[in-house]
Write a protein that binds this ligand. Structure first.
Ligand SMILES: [Zn+2]
Length: 377
């Protein structure tokens, strides 16, 4: 088995779990947040900077690397770790989510999905077997089964058909995976916002012994309460001796509520995407650095933050850089936002160790403030 999950402790107050995932490229302390490096780079950050902020694992996107530069180039480079000079763990998604969200004219068949590249319109095809071939060439420590993430809202009948196909695809992925000894393949539980379908998907997939399980198809526009409700239904059905990964979720409230419900891994483009727009997450809530009130504010972005940005640069300076479209401004806000979420997860792990995660959550929310949008940041 390529990876091993080690349970260290369950928080007596919340039920959250503290653990470690052992991988061929090192240990991941969980619960963890994974910065997203879509095109084999976390936008504007060097691998050295990601290590400095102590990211244990990053995520990269199969769909993007398949289109450009092509998985054979990455294979020739010696795999994704060598290609991008990152020697810690990597997880790649299956490409499914991007095929459905980015590409044009997609056609879903039992065999796979036919689609046109969002870059140049080329007609392409990804099947479960192809998704495995690509990820075996990229060489991440953790790879994902090819799935369909059903849209929201979608009716019961559609979601049922879709999840049953996703289960058949997962089995084909398992059968065509060429490197199970050093790459762990995770299955993705789907089922939309229907409790019975989430249960069906979890039961079918856990009967096939994957090294880890993800929960997909959440944070797709549904109300937060509904997402947490789906987690309440799904997480208890997943094996306790394997990692659980909630896909595409990265707002502070979702990281906290997900951890409390027993999730070990999270990823999201949120911190890096909003950073490039000048929006930062701080201990006292969301801060939009372009606001005029920061013109003469020479204090740090977040007085409580120990990151490189906050130790060295002022709100006024960062505001100036972002307003002037200077790349360094994007680097500073990106560094801070990633550090903020990685620090949040370090705090979550400590709170689990001390059996006080619910207290920690309440104190965090009291300071961070009520979320003024449904994205929760
Ligand atoms: Zn900072």
């Amino acid at each position: 088995m390529a990876i091993k999950y080690e349970l260290i402790k369950v928080c007596k107050q919340s039920g959250a779990r503290l653990g470690r995932v052992h991988t061929p490229h090192g240990i991941i302390d969980t619960p963890t947040f994974m910065p997203v490096g879509t095109q084999a780079t976390v936008k504007t950050m060097s691998p050295e900077e990601l290590k400095q902020m102590d990211a244990h694992i990053i995520l990269s996107n199969t769909y993007h690397l398949f289109l450009r530069p092509g998985h054979e180039i990455v294979r020739q480079a010696g795999g994704l770790h060598k290609f991008m000079n990152w020697d810690r763990p990597i997880l790649t998604d299956s490409g499914g989510f991007q095929v459905f969200s980015l590409s044009n004219m997609r056609k879903i068949k039992e065999e796979g999905v036919e689609f046109r590249s969002h870059l140049n319109g080329d007609k392409l095809f990804i099947s479960p077997e192809k998704a495995m071939e690509i990820q075996n060439a990229l060489g991440p420590d953790i790879m994902m089964a090819f799935d369909e993430c059903a849209p929201y809202p979608a009716d019961h009948k559609y979601v049922k058909q879709s999840l049953e196909r996703t289960t058949r695809w997962a089995e084909r992925c398992l059968n065509s995976h060429a490197r199970p000894h050093d790459q762990a393949l995770f299955a993705i539980v789907q089922g939309g916002m229907y409790e019975d379908l989430r249960k069906q998907s979890a039961a079918d997939l856990t009967s096939m012994d994957f090294p880890g399980y993800a929960i997909g198809g959440l944070s797709v526009g549904e109300p937060k309460d509904l997402m947490f409700n789906m987690l309440d239904v799904t997480v208890p059905l997943l094996p306790a001796n394997k990692p659980r990964y909630l896909m595409g979720v990265g707002s502070p409230d979702a990281l906290l509520e997900g951890s409390i419900r027993g999730i070990d891994m999270f990823d999201c483009v949120l911190p890096t995407r909003i950073a490039r727009n000048g929006t930062t997450m701080t201990s006292s809530g969301r801060l939009v650095i372009k606001n005029a009130k920061f013109t003469e504010d020479f204090g740090p972005l977040d007085p409580e933050c120990s990151c490189y940005t906050c130790q060295n640069y002022s709100r006024a300076y960062i505001r100036h850089l972002i307003k002037a479209d200077e790349t360094f401004g994007l680097r500073l806000t990106t560094y801070h936002n990633l550090h903020f979420l990685l620090q949040l997860m370090r705090d979550v792990r400590q709170a689990i160790m001390d059996d006080r995660l619910l207290d920690f959550r309440d104190a965090f929310f009291a300071k961070y403030g009520l979320f003024d949008n449904d994205k929760g940041f």
